[in-house]
Design a protein around this ligand. Structure first.
Ligand code: FAS
Ligand code: PHB
Length: 396
């Protein structure tokens, strides 16, 4: 098989990239390790930066989002058992963010891929990337017992943190930055009325977060020790612990119902540099991981593939390789900005093992200072709602 761009991974990064390339008249083939059902079965992100919303509207993939999604003027932080502050992105920036599930985006991306006849080779567990530093890179693989090969001009590694692409860059070339946090997030979905705002809670018992997917489907998260397993957290233990971490007037608005999805995710900050090696480009979780505290993971995948699609369009349409040559540095500027925001909020809102009363009070004073400074809130609003893309972004 021969194509212009071979894409490894059919998650949000891979399918969004194939759609953007198609719109630019660039052909691609997608290779995915899992089945479509497995990809669609993952419960993940929920908060979209305004730039992500702009990209989805630019592609006409916004019908369900604009009908069923929830535009939000800001997010709330509470602490020390009292109401906290509202980071008002609309007032500070004139921009809102959208609460809309990654699963729904994935469904719409698959539907768009089917409409355009996109070649997606799923259930390919063993893709191997070859000759990345030559002008003729290729992917070898087996699928349903048959060997296959995809020759391409370029390969986009959109295969997540545990994929093959990042590992295909020689260790002497790759530089990795990692911080593993000493706790995880226990998340649940439940058919119960959500709190009015996406609400983050700092509490001596640990971090908590209230978000939602619709007016009848809520998702909640609590920080738990790394060695905890989901089985240790039946609903009858989860709900009182969650409510204990919110101020009383919010806690009483949380009505427990049976959880329909429950999982524990570890938290890490991770960046691999560079995001390009020869004919291979890395996008999304293949290159970087952020703790979900800043709701950045999915949004960074979108900015990466926006930059890469612009770069490849410049190459194929105008013979201009400046975008390709500048891709890694441009993507990494946004990545590190989001990594820092996520790291800042994770340190500000979580209870670290061994934290003292001093540490707790220092976090609460920082939150009080944030509340007292409109300028500080404007800065956080800008970081949370997402900075504009460098260069030409989609029209808002
Ligand atoms: P993904 O990991 O989504 O997709 C990679 C794809 O590549 C997968 O389909 C995988 O099967 C495939 N693949 C892997 N190895 C392969 C191989 N060798 N060959 C072929 N295909 C291969 N972000 C937020 O903003 N908010 C959240 O609340 C949030 N919660 C999360 C919870 C969990 C448990 C996880 C793991 C992540 C969460 N994230 C969250 C981050 C998440 O949304 C990612 O940022 C987003 O899925 C990134 O998309 P991709 O880069 O496409 O990677
Ligand atoms: C979610 O809606 O799942 C969500 C919201 C905010 C975050 C992380 C996850 O920071």
């Amino acid at each position: 098989m021969r194509t212009q761009v071979a894409i490894v991974g059919a998650g949000p990064a891979g399918l969004l990239l194939s759609e953007l390339l198609h719109r630019a008249g660039i052909e691609s083939v997608v290779v995915e390790r899992s089945s479509r059902a497995h990809v669609l079965g993952r419960i993940r992100a929920g908060v979209l930066e305004s730039t992500t919303v702009d990209v989805l509207r630019h592609l006409g993939l916004n019908e369900r989002m604009d009908r069923d999604g929830h535009p939000h003027d800001g997010m709330r932080i509470v602490w020390a058992g009292r109401d906290g502050l509202f980071i008002d992105t609309q007032r500070h920036l004139g921009r809102r963010f959208m609460v809309w599930g990654q699963t729904q985006i994935q469904e719409d991306l698959y539907a768009a891929a089917d409409r355009r006849g996109q070649v997606i080779l799923d259930e390919v567990p063993d893709a191997v990337l070859h000759d990345l530093e030559s002008g003729q890179p290729y992917i070898s693989y087996t699928r349903h017992g048959s060997a296959g090969r995809i020759d391409a001009d370029y390969i986009a590694g959109c295969d997540g943190f545990h994929g093959v692409s990042r590992q295909s860059i020689p260790t002497g070339v790759r530089r990795e930055f990692e911080k593993v946090y000493p706790f995880g997030w226990l998340g649940i979905m439940a058919r119960t009325t959500p709190l009015p705002d996406v609400t983050y809670a700092n509490h001596p018992r640990g971090f908590a977060l209230a978000s939602f997917r619709s007016q009848t489907l809520s998702c909640f998260y609590i920080q738990v020790p790394l060695d905890h397993r989901v089985e240790e957290w039946p609903d009858e233990r989860f709900w009182p612990e969650l409510k204990a971490r919110f101020p009383a007037e919010l806690a009483e608005r949380i009505v427990p119902t049976p959880s329909i999805e429950k999982s524990i995710a570890p938290l890490r900050s991770f960046v691999a540099e560079p995001m390009r090696h020869g004919r291979l480009f890395l996008c999304g979780d293949a290159a970087h991981i952020v703790p979900p505290t800043g709701a950045k993971g999915l949004n960074l995948a979108v900015s990466d593939v926006w930059y890469l699609s612009q770069a490849l369009a410049g190459h194929y349409r105008r013979g201009d390789d400046s975008g390709i040559d500048g891709y890694s540095a441009r993507a990494l500027r946004r990545v590190w900005s989001s990594v820092r925001t996520s790291w800042y909020l994770t340190n500000l809102l979580h209870r670290f093992p061994g934290a003292s009363d001093f540490d707790q009070r220092a976090q609460e004073v920082e939150l009080d200072l944030l509340k007292s400074s409109d300028r500080a809130q404007a800065w956080l609003a800008e970081q949370y709602a997402g900075m504009p893309f460098e260069g030409s972004g989609p029209a808002p």
